[in-house]
Design a protein around this ligand. Structure first.
Ligand code: FES
Length: 114
């Protein structure tokens, strides 16, 4: 089978920046990133979405878009989200990870980088 003919091992993969800076500089860890990651993991599992062919939720280090933090990115779409609370995470899970519908209101502004 050719490479291009293989389907992705995970249908969707979401990475949460959990970076924590020791020098007091701002970072996603100071804005509830770990709680959001835990929430996403448990919601994905509860919805029966986790596993091969479905969804994988992963920790990441700094994704270099700290100014938009806390951030998470979903592949294969390459969609960046800036979230605030559990409702935001639940919407990303239900709408995007489950149904493939991007949550426009939570998109990280394109100009926000480091
Ligand atoms: S600290 Fe999260 S993107 Fe840099």
């Amino acid at each position: 089978m050719s490479r291009s003919g293989e389907s992705n091992y995970y249908a969707r993969h979401i990475f949460f920046c959990l970076n924590e800076r020791q020098n007091g500089e701002d970072c996603c860890a100071l804005h509830g990133a770990k709680a959001a990651f835990d929430r996403c993991k448990s919601q994905v599992k509860a919805a029966g979405l986790s596993g091969p062919g479905k969804v994988r939720v992963n920790k990441a280090g700094c994704l270099d878009r700290c100014a938009g933090g806390p951030v998470a990115v979903v592949y294969p779409e390459g969609t960046w989200y800036t979230f605030v609370d559990n409702d935001d995470i639940d919407e990303i899970v239900e709408s995007h990870l489950k149904n493939g519908q991007i949550v426009e209101r939570l998109l990280t502004p394109p100009e926000l980088g480091r």
